[in-house]
Design a binder for this molecule. Sequence first.
Ligand SMILES: Cc1cc2nc3c(=O)[nH]c(=O)nc-3n(C[C@H](O)[C@H](O)[C@H](O)COP(=O)(O)OP(=O)(O)OC[C@H]3O[C@@H](n4cnc5c(N)ncnc54)[C@H](O)[C@@H]3O)c2cc1C
Length: 548
Amino acid sequence: MAAATTHEVFNQPAPLVDVNLFTGNQAMQAALKFNAPSLDTKPLQALGAVVGSGEMQTHARLANVHTPVLKTHNRFGERIDQVEFHPGYHALMAQAVGAGLHGAAWGEGAPNPHLQRAAGFMLFTELEPSVLCPISMSYAVAPALKDNAAIYQDWSPGLTSRAYDPALKVWRDKPGLTMGMGMTEKQGGSDVRANTTRAEPNGRDAWGQRFSVTGHKWFFSAPMCDAFLILAQTTSGLSCLFLPRVLPDGSLNQLFIQRLKDKLGNKANASSEVEFVGASAWLVGEEGRGIPQILAMGTMTRLDCALGTSGLMRQALSIALNHTRQRKAFGKALIEQPLMKNVLADLALESEASTALALRLAHSFDRANDPHEQVMTRLLTPVAKFWICKRGSHFAQEAMECLGGNGYVEEGGEGVMARIYREMPLNSIWEGAGNIMALDLLRALRKADTAAALAHELAPARGMHPALDHLAERLPLRVEEMATEMEARRLAQDVALAVQAALLAQTAPSAVFSAFCDSRLAGQWGYSFGSLGAGTDFDTIIQRAMPR
Ligand SMILES: Cc1cc2nc3c(=O)[nH]c(=O)nc-3n(C[C@H](O)[C@H](O)[C@H](O)COP(=O)(O)OP(=O)(O)OC[C@H]3O[C@@H](n4cnc5c(N)ncnc54)[C@H](O)[C@@H]3O)c2cc1C
């Protein structure tokens, strides 16, 4: 490299590259040990090395710089409705599918498949989150799709196989398949009851009742997926339908991509607007019961929002730690400056608490026959999606600031911070924005004895911190009394904080647990990160979070 002629370049930190993202993540390892002590972590160690490699980081950068391009027609003027991606995108997709982060958890019969997959999903997020949109939807679809047994039988081998095949072909000719979902229309995304897309009965065949669908979807991500679950109005009301890109006879379905969205972030992923003009689709579940049917899918994607944001937090924290331990200002490394220690330790607490909560929720799906876990799935899905994703953007801004101006530029290496920052708000918005999650929590409270289940969940941490005891005593009562809509966000926040604290009591060193409770529960905290009390054991917290 040619030397600068006017000055020597120094004090520019080396980027974090070629590290094992799993072995360097103590918070994740502790959470996995807590949830499933005998979990085989070898696949995660292998994945951690791959997703931390410079080679994969280059794919991630290129996939975000050379963004997807819509090709509506071929050179003969015929409609093809294809999206072209940079090869880096396909390399990332092949890795994610090969690691089993899509549907493999439903098919391979390994112990704790959802927890294992959740940890892998979090690690992969630290490499590139955009490709995880189709990966997440392909994972999430199984519980809903099972209600059309014939389709599930035909499609599940491809949805669970570890082969990635991006070609637009009939499902039976493909070794691997992906799926997406279409609910949101122009006039409403939260209130999907307003959907206007119509479905007319159009005969029966091996996949059951077939419909002809006419209408649109305003947000339709990863339109190159092989099929979608969509919502459309039949004479019985809103119904869930299976809509493949390629029909069983090999012809293209009547799905037309209008344009791709120009988004703040999530650049490598194509999000489209589509129209259906008499497209063929098959009923999944009961006609008129489309919302609960597709929410079986939405529950899993909401889990992934919490996992994904936790992964992004971990990535941002690792980059901030890597930078500040090398960069010097005012005579010492930034990480040695007391106020920077406070910021980094505070971010580390948030990251570990998010990791603990997201993986706790993921493990509830492995124990779906346990009544307590069923309540936890229902309770913690909106809570974790709400709180972790809400914290994400603030977290990313503060982690970016640790890098000063270098954090704000787009260039490779440390420039990944800008990408993380642009990605962060998305998990909070899609699959139900913050208010919708808080309102969903209120619905969850009506369904089961949530108060008793919450008390049971918090019990192992009783007597360990006065502020947690105080909250744990009152929270089940508040849950039982049912908050009003006006109070729903505050309740979601408090349930999240209480469960996070109880988990840290069981998984983290006392320095982490007590600092978390002092700051988040006992009020010894300001409104910004970096305002932990002076008595905090900063060094222990920071050392635990170090990426290598
Ligand atoms: C990049 C991207 C990709 C997407 N991909 C897909 C996809 O593949 N498939 C798909 O179906 N959708 C997709 N979406 C759409 C996304 O799920 C919706 O944008 C989201 O659900 C919100 O719906 P909306 O945009 O219509 O907002 P609105 O429903 O108009 O909501 C606006 C705001 O009002 C709040 N709100 C709504 N109702 C209430 C209430 N009763 N009380 C208080 N507050 C309320 C919401 O929380 C939100 O903050 C995608 C979105 C983005 C940004």
